[in-house]
Write a protein that binds this ligand. Sequence first.
Ligand code: FAD
Ligand code: NAP
Length: 549
Amino acid sequence: MTSATDKNASTVDAIVVGAGFAGLYMTHRLRGLGLSVRTIEAGSGVGGTWYWNRYPGARCDTESMQYSFSFSPELQQEWHWPEKFSAQPDILKYANHVADRFDLRRNITFNTLVTSAVYDEGDDRWAIRTNTGEDIRARFCIMATGCLSNARVPDFKGLSDFKGTTYHTGHWPHEGVDFTGKRVAVIGTGSSGIQSIPEIAKQAAHVTVFQRTPNYSIPARNHPMTPDHEQLWKSDYDARREMQRQSRTGIVNNLNDVSAMAVSDADRQNQYTSRWATGGTTFMASFNDLVTNKESNDTAAEFVRQRIAELVRDPDVAARLTPRDYPIGTKRICADTHYFETFNRDNVTLVDIREAPIEELVTGGIVAGGKTYNVDSIVFATGFDALTGALLKVDIKGRGGESLRVKWEAGPRAYLGLATAGFPNLFMITGPGSPSVLSNMIVSIEQHVDWLTDCIGHMRARQLHVIEPTREAEDAWVEHVNRAANRTLYPRAASWYMGANIPGKPRVFMPYIGGVGRYRQECADIAAKDYEGFRLAPSSRAGAFQAAD
Ligand code: FAD
Ligand code: NAP
């Protein structure tokens, strides 16, 4: 019999890969079911995103009162967030607190990468291998590997020739970086670039920003948590959490539930002005059709363009920083603190690499548009192989040795974004085909973990040991996800949602845009109909679930 507390056990009921928020909560719930669990984490600590992304300026842009766990009433009452949008160190502190408060570390093996997972049909178990040479067998394999955890440095010519220091925002050194007196290049102007550039510019001698696509960004207007705001949430947490769960994005954002076209020009302008003044990405909740109606979207995009023109002194620089060729919100909207104003500084230069493409890296810097920019350090704020990257890094083989990499060659296929046909008892938390990155991810993580816990509990009660979606159900779900995406403006942008940031990656809109509340209901209905679309079967062996202590 395997003990739930035994980190060294080599056969367990469930293996959880990853110890970010998803892996932590999954571990907690599985242990609550009495299952033996091992959680394997590549990093040396918990927190996932907030463990790896330690770049200057890193913080959430979902309000902290909302970007936090709801599963424990005590936890959410006890915890104090210092700011409206908390900084990375505070979110990491929270992840560590959760791990300690629920005694999760005893299940976690750190500094270990899962390299392969192979389904053994004779035994109905997954055989998992790690980079430390360990083999673990588990009935369930739960991938809590993260949608934005596979950091990517583009394959620039001459990459290894550069002799200065290089950093990726998603792999920032734990000891921090002192850029004092340094000439720094930042490549990339997504959320990570937009957060880090103003902070790096305050310290470095000079910052050269290499921008391929300008981004829409809304001022965060972050501030210390006020006692009133904290109390407002804590005195009404249950109801507010329920509103989050039933909402479209997992965020209580006071959606103004009318079309931007249904109001007068003055009212529309007032709505945008007021949201801009409040700050944050809930700007996109100004009207209910900003991501579905191009005419409405144009009004929001134009409002932001006008603000950029006001914030940036040099009209040429302002023009280069102004997004024009994709609808607002169809690449992940950003929230910033003095991003556009940073380009008014004497020590900041913008290089538009659409006009002057990066040709190569050389010993002393970057060559773009025929000009050499000499720098001491390069910061790659170049993003992630999102949604599928971390999953496909593991060599996953299902029934008949089918490889997940091969199955997903033309794009990910998963039923509910939770499981994929041919790979029994393998689950993905916030996988492709679920709301995941289009939502407050902690809400989506909790929903997936709760659903899975109920599912595994259901199986155990009925002595069922194998669950797998049917190809028909999966095909229908993928079709549903595609149809939902095609009703929106999202596919019009070359975004990481579409896989467009990775050369050769199939262009498929990966997350499910149907909305958090609707998706929750769809998952609940499927469970209520005896897990419709899944095949559940008893194992060939008896007594397959192990009791845990
Ligand atoms: P992660 O936190 O990515 O954790 C996955 C873990 O799995 C990692 O620790 C990784 O090391 C580990 N892992 C992966 N593969 C393996 C393997 N093969 N073997 C062993 N371990 C493995 N979301 C929001 O909703 N609001 C925000 O404001 C927000 N801000 C963000 C800011 C940044 C800088 C980034 C990068 C993302 C942000 N996100 C935000 C998204 C964020 O990723 C999620 O909110 C959430 O933290 C994801 O948790 P997770 O546990 O699913 O994945
Ligand atoms: P990102 O949004 O993918 O941005 C990467 C940037 O690098 C883009 O500007 C991209 O340009 C550029 N780039 C990529 N490859 C390049 C190349 N070969 N040459 C030149 N430029 C290149 O990545 P990110 O900024 O790390 O953010 C990823 C996601 O993490 C966000 O969208 C968000 O979901 C989350 N995040 C959230 C926050 C927050 O505020 N809460 C902060 C950071 C991250 P193109 O646009 O042209 O591809």
